[in-house]
Design a protein around this ligand. Sequence first.
Ligand SMILES: [Zn+2]
Length: 143
Amino acid sequence: MTNKPSDFAKTSSNADAMPKTDSQWQEKLTPEKYRVMRQKGTELPFTGKLLNNKESGKYICAGCGTVLFSSEAKFDSGSGWPSFYAANKDTILAKPDTSHGMTRVEVVCRKCGGHLGHVFDDGPGPDGKRYCINSVCLEFKKK
Ligand SMILES: [Zn+2]
C-alpha cells in the first residue's frame, strides 16, 4: 500500500489497479487462479477450499473483488465444486461456450472478464439454475 494522495478515491473505484494485459494478470494471480480464470481452466473437483464453506457472507471475485454470489444461494450439489442456485446478475455474465465438444454456458465476472465456471439448468432454486463455480475463482467475505 502506498500513501499517494490519490488513494482517497480507492473505495469508489479501483479500476486503475485492474490488470489489463495477460502478463499483468499473471503477476496478480496465483498460477492456479491464472490458469482457471484467464485460461478457462477447471480446478480438480472436491479440492476447492470453499466447497464445504457454510458460513454466512459474500463470495467475491478473486480477480477484482466484485461481489458475485451470496452464501444464501449456496447449496451442496455433490458435483465437487461450490454451487449456487442464484447469482448477482449485475456482476456476472453468462455466455455460450462450445469448447471441449460440449455446449455449455460459461459464467464470467462482468468487471474483470475472469472465467468462473458454468451454469446448468438443473438447480433447486426458483429459476432452476445451478452455478457451478471453481472455488479458486472466489474469495469469501464473512458477514
Ligand atoms: Zn472479477
